[in-house]
Design a protein around this ligand. Structure first.
Ligand code: PFF
Length: 454
């Protein structure tokens, strides 16, 4: 047997188990938790959606995150070649490498709109820092956000700033920098979110917010809610974006996959729920619309910063940390393409990083324009930004997840997966989930969605 997986020379490795946990948590926790989760929960009616989401995380997301990191760690290459190596080991077609390709390309597509929203967050560091929210009314703050996203030049500049910083870190090598950024920023972000929850408790609408999030009313779900919940489980756990597989390929054998992935999943889910608890009471206290869309946190939280004591400082720190959380995710979206180009084409990290960044920048303009000059160019009512988000999260990532479940559950030899998950009980439970529950769950969601649409 091929004990220890397939060796490859010269790969960088995480210095410690902690470094991997931090990088992977940094990838998972980002705009998905604080920006996207609250706004899609609002659009999909609250509690029932949250419940669906939690099921998707537990039964589909966690087993697949184990599978994805496992493929990377055992395949020891960038995603396409890691898949190819494991296909070879299992004696099946090398075309399974397609799954790795999809990961690299998905990371690329996701980053093109992710950086636009990250750019909004960075620009709000300055808006908050200059005290612009102090005492402003809900309408003023809504108008501020409208002015920001309505300005194609400003949002292009802010997005470019994010892309430049991301590329610089990726080119330098993700190991340095990432660890420090995550250890200081993550706990900070969590503390500030808790401060915001504290403020939300003073609004007099806290119970209404809790009720909205945790009292499931299934009649409030819309046709595609189930698909959106599944897609968000993928997005939030950074599944099928190539990043977790790439980070896994830098991971040593001594790490317990089960425990590590569980830690990441729990942290990721906690941050999203806490963000919701901070945001919805503010929504109700100010008569805002929970389904207001992508601007939700950029309109609700500034109201809180404008009213609470020391709000200017809290707001400033919050947007700094949100930007860092976005940055550590953006890095993991860019790393797969760079890792692939350096490994496969022999490019330097500088060349690979610059090429990837140039492509992403051009594509990002489509998302920037979706909020201004192209806002009326829609497909089935969706802007370029919406289409990109919907296709990646709701279709491409779950499909690629289905392929990964089949691959690790049915194609890879049991002895191989056992080597990766040496704890007997963990392996048995994981294998049962990944063979039956995860793929059937994904298929059921797809069939439901197709039924609803057709
Ligand atoms: N998980 C990140 C977030 O919630 O913000 C986004 C993300 C990163 C998705 C990396 C996919 C990925 F591969």
């Amino acid at each position: 047997a091929n004990a220890g997986g397939i060796p490859a020379a010269g790969r960088l490795n995480w210095s410690t188990r902690m470094a991997f946990i931090l990088a992977a948590t940094g990838s998972a926790v980002g705009l998905g938790n604080i920006w996207k989760f609250p706004y899609i929960t609002g659009e999909n009616g609250g509690g029932a959606f949250v419940l669906l989401y939690l099921f998707c995380i537990a039964l589909i997301g966690i087993p697949l995150l184990i599978a994805e990191v496992m493929i990377g760690r055992r395949g020891k290459h960038s995603p396409p070649d890691a898949m190819r190596a494991l296909a070879k080991e299992a004696g099946v077609s090398r075309h399974w490498s397609l799954v790795g390709w999809v990961g690299v390309i998905t990371g690329f597509l996701l980053l093109s709109f992710y950086l636009v929203v990250a750019g909004w967050a960075v620009s709000y560091i300055f808006t908050a820092g200059t005290g612009a929210f102090n005492g402003a009314s809900g309408d003023d703050i809504g108008a501020m956000f409208g002015r920001l996203v309505g300005d194609p030049v400003a949002t292009t500049v802010w997005g470019s700033v994010v892309l430049l910083i991301t590329s610089a870190i990726v080119i330098k090598g993700v190991k340095q920098g990432l660890e420090r950024a995550v250890t200081t920023m993550m706990p900070g972000l969590l503390v500030l979110l808790l401060v915001l929850v504290g403020y939300a408790m003073t609004t007099g609408h806290f119970a209404e917010g809790v009720n909205f999030m945790f009292n499931p009313d299934f009649s409030k779900l819309t046709g595609t809610s189930v698909l959106v919940a599944l897609g968000h489980a993928f997005f939030s756990l950074s599944l099928a974006g190539g990043g977790m597989m790439t980070y896994g390929s830098y991971l040593g054998k001594d790490v317990s996959l089960g425990k590590t992935v569980l830690t990441i999943g729990v942290l990721d889910t906690l941050v999203a729920l806490i963000a919701g608890l901070a945001i919805f009471p503010i929504v109700f206290a100010n008569n805002l619309e929970p389904g207001a869309g992508p601007g939700l946190i950029f309109v609700t939280l500034p109201i809180a910063f404008g009213q609470m004591p020391m709000g200017q400082v809290v707001g400033l720190l919050f947007f700094i940390m949100l930007s860092f959380a976005a940055l550590t995710s953006a890095i993991s979206l860019m790393e797969p393409a760079v890792s692939f180009l350096t490994e496969k084409k022999g490019y330097s990290r500088l060349k690979a990083g610059s090429m990837t960044a140039a492509g992403i920048w051009v594509l990002s303009l489509g998302s920037v324009f979706s909020f201004n000059i192209w806002q009326d160019h829609t497909l089935y009512g969706k802007t370029f930004f919406d289409v990109l988000d919907y296709l990646t999260s709701s279709w491409i990532m779950p499909l690629s997840g289905l392929a990964m479940a089949v691959f690790t559950g049915w194609v890879m030899k049991k002895t191989s997966t056992q080597e990766e998950l040496p704890n007997g009980m963990t392996h048995t439970l994981w294998r049962f989930l990944i063979r039956y529950i995860t793929p059937v769950g994904i298929l059921a969601v797809f069939l439901n969605a197709i039924g609803v649409m057709g």
